[in-house]
Ligand binder design. Structure first.
Ligand code: UDP
Ligand code: MG
Length: 332
């Protein structure tokens, strides 16, 4: 039986890019050694992306569309793509052509060498601001320090995953998803290939600072308790300082009299400082607590408004529970 490939592309307001993406992608599909489907996940675009995707599907049924009921975010779009991908190997790629589709050949070559996860790692980043490069490298260093996951610095979501990996990742239904981490967490045989990250073909980034920060906190809280443990360590340090401080202050008072450290200003700033530290850690606990709250609500990860180009039996009838796709598998 010939191989089947799935290519998953999250799309949020990418109307300027889609025609070129179609051109490059369909040319690439023609050169693959098996059949291929492209699953475009329209993440609640507010421009004409959905209409363009609909036209593309009409002229080339290899291109299918999952259209969300609203914007659920990049990571959910990827999740949906992986949920519905049928290929033996599944490739996740950005829509903006920053990841050249031609690199997929290299990914596939490594998959054929027996690897289950092939990460595309940027050897060079063209046309990205210094700010973006700096925050990105800071972020990857931080996450590698805080977690046990070894995620290569400079890998994005561009990667190939084998069927084994996809089936494993589909079991992970957490609400705040850091897909790059999850695909490393599952294990199996992992490798990387290098590529040069291009400039965005058209349009502007769909990751403003606010989304980037949310992405980073999700990544850290998904894979690390270190922020919580910092409170314990810092608490111990302050407790020891306070404990040692008492006798020392007593002695110094006897020596120098009432005036020693008598000012209200010192007290005030220490109270403010300690209050601030405690509020920060309350906030950090809150980040984890909010995520627990989101988990217990058990809301579906995303809602699909429309499937375009899928065979009826590959679509779950009801999208209620987080595991509804499993029911769909059972019916197949
Ligand atoms: N994207 C998405 N939903 C969002 C934001 C982005 O599906 O809420 C998609 C976007 O269309 C693109 C990919 O995620 O295909 C990466 O976004 P972008 O290229 O803007 O991020 P950057 O490369 O600037 O980090
Ligand atoms: Mg991009």
């Amino acid at each position: 039986m010939s191989v089947r490939y799935s290519i998953v592309v999250p799309i949020f307001n990418e109307e300027e890019v889609l025609p070129e993406l179609y051109k490059r992608m369909s040319a690439l599909l023609d050169t693959l050694d098996g059949s291929a489907e492209v699953i475009a996940v329209n993440d609640g675009s507010r421009d004409h992306s959905l209409e363009i995707l609909r036209d593309i599907n009409a002229k080339d049924p290899r291109f299918k569309v999952i259209s969300f009921s609203r914007n659920f975010g990049h990571q959910m779009a990827l999740t949906a793509g992986l949920d519905y991908a049928q290929g033996d190997a599944v490739i996740a790629i950005d829509a903006d052509l920053q990841d050249p589709p031609e690199v997929i050949h290299d990914l596939i070559a490594q998959w054929k060498n027996g690897y289950d996860v092939v990460l595309a790692v940027r050897s060079e980043r063209l046309g990205e601001t210094i700010f973006k490069k700096f925050t990105a490298s800071l972020f990857y260093r931080l996450i590698n320090r805080l977690t046990d996951l070894k995620i290569p610095v400079d890998s994005g979501d561009f990667r190939l995953m084998s069927r084994k990996v996809i089936d494993s990742m589909r079991l992970l239904r957490e609400q705040h998803r850091y897909m790059r981490g999850l695909s490393v967490w599952v294990g199996f045989k992992q490798t990387q290939v290098q590529y040069v990250r291009q400039e965005r073909y058209a349009g502007t980034t769909k990751y403003p600072l606010k989304k980037m920060l949310r992405f980073a906190t999700n990544a850290i809280t998904s894979f690390s308790y270190v922020p919580l443990q910092v409170a314990t360590n810092l608490g111990m340090v302050f407790a020891v300082l306070g404990f040692l401080g008492l006798p020392i202050i007593g002695i110094l008072r006897l020596e120098y009299g009432e005036a020693f450290l008598g000012g209200q200003a010192t007290t005030l700033s220490i109270v403010l400082f300690m209050g601030g530290v405690q509020l920060i850690f309350l906030g950090i606990i809150g980040e984890y607590l909010g995520r627990i709250y989101d988990e217990v609500k058990r809301r579906p990860l995303y809602l699909v408004g429309e499937f375009i180009g899928f065979e009826q039996n590959s679509i779950p009838l009801k999208q209620t529970g987080p595991l509804s796709y499993l029911e769909a598998d059972a019916r197949r």
